[in-house]
Design a protein around this ligand. Structure first.
Ligand SMILES: Cc1cc2nc3c(=O)[nH]c(=O)nc-3n(C[C@H](O)[C@H](O)[C@H](O)COP(=O)(O)OP(=O)(O)OC[C@H]3O[C@@H](n4cnc5c(N)ncnc54)[C@H](O)[C@@H]3O)c2cc1C
Length: 399
């Protein structure tokens, strides 16, 4: 038994690292400052095959040469130099391609996937609304079947990759009626739809002014009498909420990989600075007060990475028709997400402290990582939601 990645995965890591260091790292500070979403680099990521790592060959994906673990390695490596590009890949695959690949019918896959997999277009994932975040089942967006067309009305918020020049569609959840549970209780019937970005009535509102992830594309979405053919229903009617929650299980592993990239960056930046910066005539790394904090960063990086790779391996084993159950995947994903993202926030605080006053100045990337890290504890289910899911997985009757 070994806890190492395969030689192929490590070779793949080297390729992505080279790309990240040559095409992204030199520009990341400027993109952040100018809130610039670099469409050309996103398309290059597609050409490198990063969007197709979990897709079958028939849609231009890597087929058996790729897996979810490779995706996590790629997100980690992009995130090590730029969290914005890391989340762009994470959302492109985990939230954009994944629901269409998993729940789409042959026609939907053929229509949307080839361009998404090639990285020439992007898809958003529209679950969250003003009154439906952690409580995503409280969606108010509605879809009504009128004369053979779905008419969708509502508003989604905080949607990644939803308003870029590359955005071709957004999948959304909407109420399509009322269903009766086996207990007799009535609840909202929620279905999922693919909404083309050029559909009349679809508007990506102006981008948010965010604390971090400045080079990532995030918008509110308005859906006003959007008419969709019946064929735009994604998956089974009434199963949309369940499909979106299952999509988030995968997404949580991928966002945890982004957190690992953040911790690794903090470790490397702190290590280098501690060797260079002198106080009292010696490098600060000679002081236990600094060195021990950097030792803690190494522990955070290793522990988080192991949890992410274990969760990714669980996902890959399921794709191969192996043993793990969806409940085991959910638990592994939440454990990895919770630990890695909270560690990332701690790691950026530690790294900023190691840099002293320079840690507060935008001339060092550590500042950008500090701003970027916080959202890791919020997106794709907050830390509190992860604790709730983990506790439930342990059998506790948590509300
Ligand atoms: C930059 C960014 C990008 C995003 N991208 C997307 C995207 O692409 N698609 C998408 O659909 N969404 C996206 N989101 C939305 C994100 O998933 C939600 O913000 C998140 O799920 C939290 O929902 P909320 O903001 O409504 O907070 P709320 O649900 O209102 O939570 C507020 C606070 O209450 C706590 N809380 C809520 N319920 C409970 C409970 N039962 N027990 C304990 N504590 C609780 C929360 O943990 C949090 O601390 C994005 C968010 C951001 C910031």
């Amino acid at each position: 038994m070994t806890f190492e990645l395969s030689r192929e995965h490590e070779e793949f890591r080297r390729v992505v690292r080279e790309f990240a260091e040559s095409e992204i790292a030199p520009h990341a500070a400027r993109w952040d400052r100018e809130h610039h979403f670099p469409t050309d680099v996103v398309q290059q990521m597609g050409k490198l095959g990063l969007m197709g790592l979990t897709a079958p060959e028939e849609y231009g994906g890597a087929g058996d040469d790729g897996d979810f673990t490779s995706l996590c390695v790629a997100i980690e490596e992009l995130g090590r130099v730029d969290q914005s590009m890391g989340i762009t890949l994470e959302a492109a695959v985990g939230l954009g391609i994944n629901p269409i690949l998993t729940y789409g019918n042959a026609e939907q896959k053929q229509r949307w996937l080839p361009d998404l997999v090639a990285g020439q277009t992007l898809a958003g994932f529209g679950l969250t609304e003003a009154g439906a975040g952690s409580d995503a089942g409280a969606t108010r967006t509605r879809a009504e079947l009128v004369d053979g067309a779905w008419v969708v009305n509502g508003e989604k918020q905080f949607i990644t990759n939803s308003g870029s020049d590359l955005t071709s569609c957004v999948t959304v959840t909407a109420r399509t009626g009322v269903s009766t549970a086996p207990t007799g209780e009535e609840r909202a019937e929620i279905s999922a739809f693919v909404v083309p970005a050029d559909a009349p009535g679809f508007t990506a509102e102006p981008a948010y002014d965010k604390l971090g992830w400045h080079a990532s594309d995030t918008h509110p979405i308005t859906l006003e009498d959007v008419h969709l053919p019946e064929g735009n229903l994604l998956g089974e009617r009434g199963r949309g909420y369940a499909q979106f929650l299952a999509t988030l299980d995968d997404g949580r592993i991928a966002i945890a990989a982004l957190a690992v990239g953040c911790i690794q960056a903090c470790l490397e930046m702190s290590l280098q600075y501690a060797g260079e910066r002198q106080t009292f005539g010696v490098p600060i790394g000679r002081k236990q007060g600094v060195a021990f904090q950097i030792a803690d960063l190494e522990v955070m990086a290793q522990a988080s990475r192991l949890l992410v790779y274990r969760a990714a391996a669980t996902k890959d084993a399921m794709r191969d028709g192996g043993g793990p159950t969806p409940a085991e995947l959910k638990q592994a994903a939440s454990v990895a997400k919770l630990y890695a993202t909270e560690s990332a926030v701690t790691a950026t605080r530690v790294a900023t402290q190691v840099f002293g006053g320079y840690g507060f100045m935008e001339e060092y990337p550590v500042t950008r990582f500090y701003r970027d890290a916080k959202v890791l504890e919020i997106g794709e289910g907050t830390s509190e939601v992860q604790r709730m899911l983990i506790a439930r997985g342990l059998g506790l009757p948590v509300e």
